[in-house]
Design a protein around this ligand. Structure first.
Ligand code: MV4
Length: 447
């Protein structure tokens, strides 16, 4: 097992990884920007290295600085966390070439899944249902029109190099396609440096359901059930739950078995998530994330498996700590993402935490690097805490979440806690009756 792990990240996720390391007897190295000198992930780490100025591109995205920090401190392995360099195949390769272990998938799998057209083709080859669409990038308008006619309108234009929904364009007919194709290409080029786009049939009211997977890189793969991540605005998830209230046992089994079989075939290593759209009893692969995800705790709560611990064990060459038959999915978990933002208009709200009191009690988990007196810097993602509630069933979970939200005090900045409080009172939410568009409509209503 590793003796020392460098955590190439910040905030709650750096702290989450630190905790797993400590429980495994592994020493940690925190890297940080000058803006994060007083951050909790830095305060708790065994060793710390300042890797640059506040801007992420000069610090948390600076591969050379991070590799130097690993060399200086004598780390064995690097955990990239999420965001920043976590899905950068070149970084993963550089880590290995410099003689460290990358705690994550192989660079080849990161690269494969980062190319959305290749990923979709691979998914199809592996027997996973995909949304009907153009098998490859469409170049000019004639090719796009032919593809759209075949698929059937409305169609969605997506960036091949994209993901996360950036640069997507809807076309309801040929006229709109002619209008949207150049726009989609320009946006794809600006966002990803690659103007290729492909087409898919547009699903009008799907749910976003994803499967948490763990592979050992030698053909063993297990799942930790699915998560429903449909409650999002502008492709930012707000609240996630596991299991999905939308799936019956038969559809769930089909979804999970399909995802596991595919990753076994791939020989996938480490934690990964397959994302699907689910509508009218059918699920369709959209993309795969080759990293630890923000919402991994809800899968941990219903499965009892520490996903970060398993990532570290797998990277160290140990077998998975579980067979599928050891995993019993039990109860219900919900995560609220608490952002340093206005609950009304989502403007960032950095600043000093004047008061802090985290909720607790049975079935309540808070993953956060906040503390009283901490200064939330303006340079990074606004996620500052994750409140996770667990219950024997969804009803118990929701009631527990409600009381935990009422207990939570974060003073000095605005947060999305009031929005979550409104959300948990909503009849549609209480029934689990929502799709990916529900939240935008809820937010458009007068409060
Ligand atoms: C779609 C879709 C409808 N039909 N594909 C957005 C993010 C990207 N990962 C895939 N996305 C979508 N793909 C087809 N064929 C609707 C979305 C979508 C979405 C998906 C998941 C979660 C939230 C979403 C919000 C808007 C659109």
């Amino acid at each position: 097992m590793f003796e020392k792990v460098l955590i190439a990240n910040r905030g709650e996720i750096a702290l989450r990884i630190h905790r797993a390391c400590q429980e495994m007897g592994i020493r940690t190295v925190a890297v940080h920007s000058t803006a994060d000198a007083r951050a909790m992930h830095v305060r708790l780490a065994d060793e710390t290295v300042c890797i640059g100025p506040p801007q992420a591109r000069d610090s948390y995205l600076n591969a050379a600085s991070i590799l130097s920090a690993a060399t200086i401190t004598g780390a064995d392995a690097i955990h990239p966390g999420l965001g920043f360099l976590a899905e950068n195949a070149d970084f993963a390769a550089a880590v290995e070439e410099t003689g460290f272990t990358f705690i994550g998938p192989s660079p080849e799998h990161i690269r494969l899944m980062g190319d959305k057209v290749r990923a979709k083709a691979e998914a199809q080859r592996l027997g996973i249902p995909v949304v009907p669409g153009s098998p490859e990038a469409v170049r000019g308008l004639p090719a796009a029109e032919r593809a759209a006619k075949e698929i059937g309108y409305p169609v969605l234009l997506k960036a091949s190099a994209g993901g996360g929904g950036r640069g997507m364009k809807l076309a309801r007919d040929a006229a709109e396609l002619a209008q949207m194709l150049p726009l989609a290409q320009i946006e794809a080029k600006a966002a990803f440096g690659d103007d290729s786009v492909y087409l898919e049939r547009y699903l009008d009211r799907p749910r976003h359901i994803e499967v948490q997977l763990l592979g050992d890189g030698r053909g063993e793969v297990i799942h930790l059930g699915e998560r429903d991540c449909s409650l999002q605005r502008s492709h930012q998830k707000l609240l996630e739950e596991a299991p999905s209230p939308a799936l019956d046992a038969a559809d769930r089994e089909r979804l999970l078995a399909t995802a596991v079989a595919a990753l076994k075939e791939l020989g996938y290593k480490s934690a990964g998530t397959m994302e699907f759209l689910y509508q009218d009893g059918e699920f369709y692969f959209i993309e795969m994330n080759t990293r630890l995800q923000v919402e991994h705790p809800i899968s941990e709560m219903i499965s009892g498996v520490d996903v970060v611990r398993e990532q570290i064990r797998i990277a160290a060459g140990e077998p998975l700590g579980y067979r599928q038959s050891d995993i019993v999915l039990r109860g219900h978990a919900i995560e609220c993402r608490i952002n340093a933002e206005s609950s009304e208009d989502f403007r960032p709200s950095p600043g000093r935490i004047s008061d802090y009191h985290a909720p607790g009690g049975l079935g309540v988990r808070v993953d956060s690097a906040l503390y009283q007196g901490y200064q939330v810097p303006p340079f990074y993602d606004s996620l500052v805490a994750k409140l996770i509630a667990y219950g024997a069933d969804r009803e118990e979970c929701v009631m527990r979440l409600r009381r935990a939200l009422a207990e939570y005090v974060v003073g000095g900045i605005e947060t999305t806690i009031p929005l979550h409080q409104r959300l948990v009172e909503e009849p549609d939410f209480r029934r689990g009756d929502y799709d990916i568009h529900w939240l935008e409509r809820f937010l458009a209503r007068p409060s």
